[in-house]
Design a protein around this ligand. Structure first.
Ligand code: IMP
Ligand code: MG
Length: 182
């Protein structure tokens, strides 16, 4: 599939992300100090790098599960209608759960998944998003923890894609389209 030409400008370095995750992990550890085994749920696919780094900083017993929701498809616009493409493997009723998201943009995805997980009656449900674009919000939702608030830019890297590309970039970069590709 062909795409317009673009370049990626670094926005948040791998080092800065790693340092922030250490702090977030400490706060999560304190919040769930009495938890026997935390269920860490990654929202696929964008959170896979973040969840991998986060759980390795969490000095406590964890279980890892994944859920996949439809979002942008291959476009740059949110679909607003959220569908569950892959459900959790495990039960979360009566458990302490941390939902891990890559970016909160309009908020529809996080809102929908939170409401779905709540119907299963977890003992406690908290959320963490690596990135938040508050200026884009269309539905009132906020993660318990946010790594970085960013302006209204389309970003890639560290698990996050543009049309399934650039997920393997070690840092977060912003996409800049070239007006005169050549
Ligand atoms: P929301 O439902 O509008 O909050 O969108 C959330 C989802 O859209 C995220 O989980 C991302 O997968 C995707 N998304 C939002 N902003 C960006 C971006 O800047 N780059 C790539 N994907 C994004
Ligand atoms: Mg996503």
């Amino acid at each position: 599939m062909s795409q317009p030409d673009y370049v990626i400008d670094e926005m948040i370095s791998a080092k800065t992300i790693a340092a922030r995750i250490e702090d977030l992990a400490r706060e999560i550890r304190e919040t769930f100090a009495n938890t026997e085994k935390l269920v860490v749920v990654g929202l696929l696919r964008g959170s896979f790098v973040f969840i991998a780094d986060l759980v390795r900083e969490l000095d406590m017993p964890v279980e890892v599960d994944f859920i996949e929701a439809s979002s942008y498809g291959d476009s740059m616009e949110s679909s607003r209608e959220v569908r569950i493409l892959k459900d959790l493997r495990g039960e979360i009723g009566g458990r302490d759960v941390l939902l891990v998201e890559d970016i909160v943009d309009t908020g529809f995805t996080l809102h929908h998944v939170i409401e779905l997980l709540k119907t299963r009656h977890p003992k406690r449900l908290e959320t963490i998003a690596l990135l938040d674009k508050p200026s884009r919000r269309e539905i009132d939702v906020k993660a318990t923890w946010t790594g970085f608030e960013i302006p209204d830019e389309f970003v890639v890297g560290y698990g996050i894609d543009y049309a399934q590309r650039n997920r393997n970039l070690p840092h977060i970069g912003k996409v800049r389209f070239l007006e005169n590709p050549g």
